[in-house]
Design a protein around this ligand. Sequence first.
Ligand SMILES: [Zn+2]
Length: 341
Amino acid sequence: MQQSYQAMTWHSAAWASVNTRVHAGQLPHALLVGGERGVGKRLFAEALAHKLVCEQPQGPDLLPCGGCKQCKLVAADSHPDVRFYAPEKSRMIKVDQVRALSGFAVASPQVARRKIIVIDRADQLNINAGNALLKTLEEPTADSILILLQETGRPVLPTLRSRCQSLVLPTPGPEAATRWLDAELAEAEVEVTASAAQRSQALTMARFAPRLALEFLAGEYVTLREEALSTFRRFMKSEVSVSEAAKPFKTLGPEATLWLMELWASDMARISAGGQGRDTEAADMLGFLAGSNPSWRAHELLDAIREARSAQVYNANPELEAERLLIQWLGLMPARKRRVS
Ligand SMILES: [Zn+2]
């Protein structure tokens, strides 16, 4: 476990709840852990898996002892009874992955008392994969625990949800988020140089989900986003075609594209309602759009973005979805600003 995990203080209520269940011997065989993108769901699951395989958890908080065989295997990232499943190159968790998981669930644990199966992004299971997982959930084996992770706002199939106990990780406030981000950047393996202003902007854009802010600061995201924004501006002035404008969004990927467009559309709704946008770099353009459109237009756009997100689950073509949304954005420009080409 990383040192800075200790600084995820906003997880403490969830830990208290888990510890109570463990002490009472009432840990469910399936747990659904929800929370916004970037609040540390995966780290929580890793820490929980570690706690649940340790032979001598310490104290009332049941912290892993660090010295037993199980702890050593976890530290070496090679515990045979702990498995993580996440969407691979495709955006979905595949049926094959779920079948492998089901086989693992029914086999006996190799070295620990129980097996821990983590499904990262359980909201990315389509109907087929979900049905395959349902069998495992319906016929639980006594020695396996499933931990499903779900991003807020992304539905998990109701048949799966109803068989899990839920736990929600809250989003930290600005102070706790900043403290964690500073600690994480101080111990980061890959050096990330970010000024206090950049950190603060990344946190604001990430709505204080600190892991997401870190992703913004560490990855190519900042550059790709700048490119997408500048092409988007030119598209809104009819300087580039829709297929040209969709290109940087394609590089950004469908998840980030929808996330960014959602941020802009909700910023526009905020500005329309007299508030301030969170993406300061796009604020001038969004302010202009908010000033030249009735406020319901921003909500109409938000609906379209949510629709595109659900379409993603059914393998819709992400490029076409991006183009469709771009055209809808263009519809917000006053006619005189749009050049007929
Ligand atoms: Zn241990």
